[in-house]
Design a binder for this molecule. Structure first.
Ligand code: IDP
Ligand code: MG
Length: 138
């Protein structure tokens, strides 16, 4: 078993897709280990996406991620990182495989419904960004 971080992004909470996305992930075999809902501050969004700070879309991404509530979720499954990336699909929903969360619920390459950690190291960092160790259910 290992863990990864999903974030249901503000486009999906605004459109009312959050419950359907959580159900999708549970049906795909993930167990929810921690979950909260918050509107990220600009400082939080900048820090979370620091790796992208020099990309042309960074300011727009920060504005989007702070535009409304998001739902970080710590998920557990065998090969959680790889399985979540497969379940969410390509960054651009137009390129995401049929049946993936982004193909089903995303609006655009930026407003793409969900985040998924891209490595075990980043999963640990990103889970720790939103949750204290004591908040992760065993
Ligand atoms: P990922 O979420 O599939 O791992 P990343 O390349 O890590 O994709 O980018 C982080 C987030 O930045 C994406 O999920 C998306 O919201 C946004 N993003 C990435 N590339 C673009 C782009 O070319 N235009 C606008 N937004 C983008
Ligand atoms: Mg990424």
């Amino acid at each position: 078993m290992n863990q990864t971080l999903a974030i249901i992004k503000p486009d999906a909470t605004a459109s009312g897709a959050a419950g359907k996305i959580i159900a999708h992930l549970e049906s795909a075999g993930f167990r929810v280990r921690a979950l909260r809902m918050l509107t990220m501050s600009s400082a939080q969004a900048r820090s979370f996406y620091d790796v992208h700070r020099d990309r042309p879309f960074f300011e727009s991404l920060v504005a989007f991620m702070t535009s409304g509530p998001c739902i970080p979720i710590a998920l557990e499954a065998p090969d959680a990182v790889g399985e979540l990336r497969r379940a969410i699909g390509a960054t651009d929903p137009a390129e995401a495989a049929a049946g993936t969360v982004r193909r089903l619920y995303a609006e655009s390459k930026e407003r793409n419904a969900i985040h998924g950690s891209d490595s075990d190291d980043n999963a640990r960092r990103e889970i720790g960004f939103f949750f204290a160790e004591s908040e992760l259910l065993r």
